[in-house]
Design a protein around this ligand. Structure first.
Ligand code: NZQ
Ligand code: ZN
Length: 386
């Protein structure tokens, strides 16, 4: 167990009927509200009406910034910053999935500085304050509703970079599982894959040889992510399944699983962000194509860790350490295929000859994330295996 500081300031309102709380939770900061939303799902499923009614009843003067697209774009962030400054918005409310929440975080930070918001992502500037943010989560996946990370794509440089800072935690996030009833089967599965990937990144990159508390928490969350996703794919309106998946995805990346693990990395995400940047692949779909290849590569380095994963998550008890390690990877890949999440670059229709270009792109993020143990050769080898 390594030393750690765990401080997550986000207040969570969880459950049926909690959306009516977004008005008071937001106007407590100001009634000049920038409402950030996606490309239309909240209009179709009635959430837009519920949220705007709650905000207006709480006295909010709403400025709308709709149109956030999946894998959110720097150009749209800049437009949101301009809108927030023109109308002197003092609080931002995000209603959507990780893309909407991440864009809202970038607006919260960018609205208070004179330099370009992208300077935060390249490490040229740090954040010293941000507008307060409240969220209504509509898709269980990224964990952005309860963490201080954000990921934005710069189309001009074909870079999709992530950045985290303590000023980016939402003040309050509302998690009503019924808000996710309208998420289709494919994005439900991609979200579960993303949550599992968040856990695997910590589980397999910690150097600490003895982390039983975190291991069993992470192993349990992975099992919950698969079981609740299976339930929801059997019935998209299964409240219990949607509730379990939603809370599992939030817990998968709110700081709890990594506390005490010491230094960890995000190699699968470092590579996947290039797939999303270059091919606009849904984040979870990109991850399920990368994870098996990365795991096969990494299991040669730490076979014992992979054998423990295989035993505790998939009950693989027979064979040597190497055999159990391989069985665990195959079991996870089989589950990805069962939920129809792609498990190779071919399945994403990404040609092998693109591998050098993808690896170059990923190396740029590896440098920003100080992942010096990843050079171009290692990234290319992993991609070739995918
Ligand atoms: O734009 P709308 O109309 O909302 O449609 C979205 C989008 O097309 C749709 N959707 C969302 N909620 C829905 C719904 N459709 C029907 N009913 C609902 N209730 O689903 C599509 C995907 O939405 P998106 O927000 O892009 O998905 P997700 O939540 O997986 O977020 C992906 C983004 O999160 C970033 C990823 O890089 C990606 O840009 N991540 C953020 C992280 C963080 N902040 O910590 C960490 C993650 O690893 C991840 O990188
Ligand atoms: Zn992710």
């Amino acid at each position: 167990m390594q030393n750690f500081v765990f401080h997550n300031p986000t207040k969570i309102l969880f459950g049926k009927g909690t959306i009516s709380g977004i008005g008071p939770e937001t106007t407590v900061f100001s009634n000049k509200v920038l409402l950030v939303s996606g490309s239309g799902s909240i209009k179709k499923n009635g959430l837009h009406r519920q949220v705007t009614e709650s905000l207006q009843n709480a006295g909010a003067d709403i400025i709308e910034h709709p149109g956030v697209q999946s894998n959110p774009l720097l150009s749209h962030v800049r437009a949101g910053i301009k809108l927030a400054r023109t109308h002197h918005c003092q609080v931002v409310c995000a209603v959507g999935g990780g893309s909407v929440i991440d864009e809202a975080k970038a607006i919260c930070a960018g609205a208070l500085v004179d330099h370009d918001v992208w300077d935060f992502f390249t490490g040229h500037k740090s954040i010293s304050s941000a507008l307060p943010l409240t969220t209504v989560l509509t898709l269980a996946a990224s964990g952005s509703e309860m963490n201080c990370g954000m990921v934005i794509t710069n189309v001009e440089t074909s870079q999709k970079f992530g950045f985290a800072d303590k000023f980016l935690f939402p003040r309050t996030s509302i998690l009503d599982p019924e808000a996710t009833f309208s998420v289709p089967a494919d994005y439900t599965a991609y979200g579960a894959v993303d949550a599992i990937a968040h856990i695997l990144e910590f589980y397999f990159t910690t150097a600490d040889p003895s982390t039983p508390v975190q291991d069993r928490l992470m192993e349990g969350l992975i099992i919950n992510a698969m079981e609740s996703c299976d339930r929801v794919l059997a019935d998209l309106h299964d409240y219990q399944g949607r509730a379990d998946l939603m809370w599992t995805a939030t817990l998968a990346l709110n700081g709890l699983t990594g506390a005490g693990l010491g230094r960890t990395g995000f190699p699968m995400h470092m590579i996947e962000h290039s797939l999303s940047a270059l091919y606009n692949v849904p984040h979870g779909a990109g991850l399920s194509a990368i994870i098996p290849g990365w795991m096969r590569h990494q299991s040669v380095i730490t076979p014992g860790r992979f054998a423990q994963f295989a035993e505790r998550v998939f009950d693989c008890r027979d064979g040597s350490v190497e055999e159990r390690a391989r069985m665990g990877i195959t079991s996870l890949l089989n589950w990805f295929e069962k939920v129809h999440s792609p498990t190779s670059l071919q399945a994403l229709h990404i040609p092998c000859q693109d591998i050098p270009r993808i690896a170059e792109n990923a190396l740029a993020l590896a440098k920003v994330w100080s992942m010096s143990d990843y050079d171009i050769g290692r990234i290319q080898a992993i991609l070739a295996d995918c």
